[in-house]
Design a protein around this ligand. Structure first.
Ligand code: SF4
Length: 337
């Protein structure tokens, strides 16, 4: 439940904008009508940490007029957003920098326009199957109980011959999606990690809740996968990732464990800009951001990022691969980056 909802005036022209207003109008939240340019100013807090915490409990109800979608390699061909940002407070989150000084949560209400843009991109791809990531700039499941827009999007994709939807989440609110006519055109990937790494996440679902959500989605016939990100090396990292995959196999049960599950593996990385913001927002963070221990790699957002040196990265890749394939023989590791 957010603390304040800012409605951009044009958002009320759309059914979803009206629906969200109806949802909140009798609830104990501040409702503000203001343009997006005033949104950041209406968020309280004097220190960066306070501003950040209040922003994460602020929704801006707005529209998304983007006509050209960004590519989203390696996870999909393109990315689009139903929401941007999320109520989670993960210390390592790369949205720290991509959302910069505006870490409030945007909800886009012009779904039909967004769907048209998706159809255009499929057409331009000349009949080839085209994949779309809906969670690279936020986590739509975190707000699904308010918006219902992911359900609408899943049904939209079920009617597309050449479009496939991909969603990543750290939230468990899947019950409203289980009976949809998804036709296996939506793949859910549940974000999982070792106990140590999950200590850097706040306001997200527990690992048990995420595994339960994965099980429900798999039983409802959705293609299911897992993202392990960020993978960190620390004392006992091998033991903890071993325990993670053991637990996952146990929770999924024999039938789902034998399915073709996908795994995406992403090692921990940070940029200089991210480090600066993380230290302002989480001054006591214990994230290991020692540049001396890392290698520099050029990133697609036009910034250098710090990654594990080659030998360590290779050790992570080999260890995680053997853990996964040893337990899930039909699994496909889509990438390690
Ligand atoms: Fe970022 Fe995902 Fe954590 Fe939200 S749940 S703060 S999007 S890493």
């Amino acid at each position: 439940m957010p603390q304040r909802i800012i409605f951009e005036p044009s958002s009320m022209d759309y059914p979803l904008g009206k629906k969200i207003y109806e949802y909140f109008k009798d609830k104990p939240v501040a409702i503000i009508k203001a343009g997006a340019q005033n949104a950041a100013r209406s968020i309280p807090g004097t220190t960066p940490a306070e501003k950040y915490a209040h922003s994460k409990r602020t929704l801006l109800i707005t529209t998304n007029k983007l006509k050209k979608l960004d590519v989203c390699r390696p996870s999909a061909d393109y990315q689009f957003s139903l929401v941007s940002n999320c109520p989670g407070h993960c210390e390592y989150c790369y949205l720290q920098t991509t959302q910069g000084a505006k870490p409030y949560i945007k909800v886009f209400v012009n779904l039909e326009d967004i769907f048209e843009v998706i159809k255009d991109h499929i057409q331009q791809n000349e009949g080839k199957t085209t994949t779309f990531e809906a969670a690279s700039l936020g986590d739509p499941l975190a707000l699904e109980h308010i918006t219902g827009s992911l359900a609408r999007t899943i049904e939209f994709f079920s009617g597309l011959e050449h479009g496939r939807l991909r969603v990543v989440t750290k939230f468990p609110h899947v019950d409203s999606l289980l009976n949809l006519d998804h036709r296996q055109k939506t793949t859910f990937r549940i974000s999982i990690n070792s106990d140590y790494v999950i200590h850097f996440e706040h306001n997200t679902a527990s690992l048990d809740e995420r595994m339960e959500a994965a099980t429900k989605l798999g039983q409802a016939g959705y293609p299911v996968g897992f993202i392990v990100a960020p993978i960190m090396q620390y004392d006992y990292w091998k033991e903890e990732y071993d325990a993670l995959f053991r637990k996952l196999k146990d929770r999924l049960g024999p039938e789902l464990s034998r399915k073709e599950l996908t795994f995406e593996l992403i090692q921990y990385r940070f940029t200089a800009a991210a480090k600066e913001l993380i230290l302002q927002r989480f001054p006591n963070t214990r994230l290991d951001m020692d540049e001396e221990k890392r290698s520099l790699k050029w990133g697609r957002f036009g910034r250098f990022k710090y990654v594990y040196p080659k030998e360590q990265a290779e050790e992570i890749r080999e260890y995680m691969t053997s853990q996964i394939l040893g337990r899930f023989p039909e699994a496909r590791i889509q990438y390690f980056t």
